[in-house]
Design a binder for this molecule. Structure first.
Ligand SMILES: *[C@@H]1O[C@H](CO)[C@@H](O)[C@H](O)[C@H]1NC(C)=O
Ligand SMILES: *[C@@H]1O[C@H](CO)[C@@H](O)[C@H](O)[C@H]1NC(C)=O
Ligand SMILES: *[C@@H]1O[C@H](CO)[C@@H](O)[C@H](O)[C@H]1NC(C)=O
Ligand SMILES: *[C@@H]1O[C@H](CO)[C@@H](O)[C@H](O)[C@H]1NC(C)=O
Ligand SMILES: *[C@@H]1O[C@H](CO)[C@@H](O)[C@H](O)[C@H]1NC(C)=O
Length: 345
């Protein structure tokens, strides 16, 4: 006779033997997904690992069956990122990168004189391709430059066919009598255009007026223009203060407007003085007066030390100040020694 308790017990045993033990949730595998994903699996149930987009499987099985032991077999599968084609070299530029694997970005820059034709960064996609495409570094060129009105090329040589390269320069000059404003030199910029062009403008100068006690000559033309010249002179005893020749400048004014300065009449009848390093008799050297700008040195006496020294006097536009220390002797005082004959101090 079989006890009902025993039947119940053996039924339980039998069930345990055929069902085995359940498998737990499978281990996480980096960059992989498990299908189906559950917290427990009955023996005989199957799971499949698949690598996430952008990753490929390496080594080992992808498919597992839950065994009666309830323990998943050792999984040697790995999911590794896809590798995009080598992109470490950019001609005439630099690539910044860590790796060429999904999902990394790499960035590009070009050497001076080159520009990036394309994107400045590219991503390694799930398919293992660069997106957008790898750019190229193209040479920066500028088209032939425009010529400003009333200007000519002074120096221009295209270096890339009909074009110019980055940092090439072109120099302009204005037509005669036209004045330039701005820089005569333009440069091909990194943007592929030229720096600011200069301008050439007609510049008129007023007729220069005649200086008092002098005259001025200038071209017999209806108008005087940039670079025209005028010459100045003075009448007999007057001296020109400033350049003889002046020029009409960019600003429409004369480079200078000289004046005529009067000569000096001497209040002294005779004296020996130093003039341009030589001892001269003032009454002979400056019979017709001293010219504006002339300088002479008068001799003076130092009474205590019984010696002589000199002091300068300048003729400035008709006036000269005789040094106070200078003493003019009467021609009757022939026994007195002139300061110029006394030994220097
Ligand atoms: C790659 O660059 C894009 C756009 O610049 C950015 O959105 C993305 O996060 C970057 N990815 C990585 C992995 O750096
Ligand atoms: C710039 O890239 C475009 C598209 O790839 C190409 O058609 C063009 O010729 C390139 N220009 C230069 C100067 O390389
Ligand atoms: C330069 O320009 C001329 C005239 O426009 C043209 O005939 C010639 O083909 C150009 N040369 C180059 C290298 O582009
Ligand atoms: C004129 O331009 C050239 C080239 O762009 C530059 O080297 C130079 O310093 C400029 N001159 C002046 C006076 O600005
Ligand atoms: C050159 O081109 C850039 C961009 O088009 C512009 O901003 C700049 O003003 C240009 N430079 C000159 C001197 O025209």
């Amino acid at each position: 006779m079989i006890s009902p308790v025993l039947i119940l017990f053996s039924t339980f045993l039998c069930h345990a033997a055929t069902a085995g033990r359940t498998c737990p949730k499978p281990d996480d595998l980096p960059f992989a997904t498990v299908v189906p994903l559950k917290t427990s699996y009955d023996p005989g149930e199957q799971i499949v690992y698949s690598c996430k987009p952008g990753y490929v499987s390496r080594g080992g099985m992808r498919r597992f069956t839950c065994p009666l032991t309830g323990m998943w077999p050792i999984n040697t599968l790995r999911c590794v990122p896809r590798v995009c084609p080598f992109a470490g070299i950019l001609e005439n530029g630099i690539v910044r990168y860590t790796t060429f694997e999904y999902p990394n970005n790499i960035s590009f820059s070009c050497n001076p004189g080159f520009y990036l034709n394309g994107t400045s960064s590219s991503k390694c996609t799930e398919e293992g391709k660069w997106s957008p495409d790898i750019p190229v570094c193209a040479r920066i060129t500028c088209p032939p430059p425009p010529i400003p009105k009333f200007a000519l090329f002074k120096d221009y040589r295209p270096t890339a066919g009909n074009n110019s390269l980055y940092q090439d320069t072109v120099v302009f000059k204005c037509l005669p009598y036209f004045a330039m404003t701005g820089n005569d030199t333009i440069m091909c910029t990194e943007l592929g255009n030229w720096t600011q062009l200069p301008k050439c403008q007609e510049v008129k100068c007023p007729f220069p007026s005649r200086p008092d006690n002098g005259f001025v000559n200038y071209p017999a033309k209806p108008v005087l223009l940039y670079k025209d010249k005028a010459t100045f002179g003075c009448h007999d005893t007057y001296k020109l203060d400033g350049p003889e020749e002046v020029e009409c400048t960019k600003t429409g004014t004369w480079s200078s407007l000289p004046t005529c300065k009067a000569s000096c009449k001497l209040s002294i009848k005779k004296a020996t003085v130093l003039y341009q390093g030589l001892r001269v008799k003032i009454q002979e050297q400056f019979k017709n007066g001293m010219m504006h700008g002339d300088t002479v040195h008068f001799y003076c006496k130092n009474k205590e030390k019984k010696c002589s020294y000199t002091e300068a006097a300048h003729c400035i536009d008709g006036t000269i100040e005789i040094p106070k220390c200078f003493k003019e002797h009467s021609s009757l005082a022939f026994w007195k020694t002139d300061a110029s004959d006394v030994a220097p101090c």
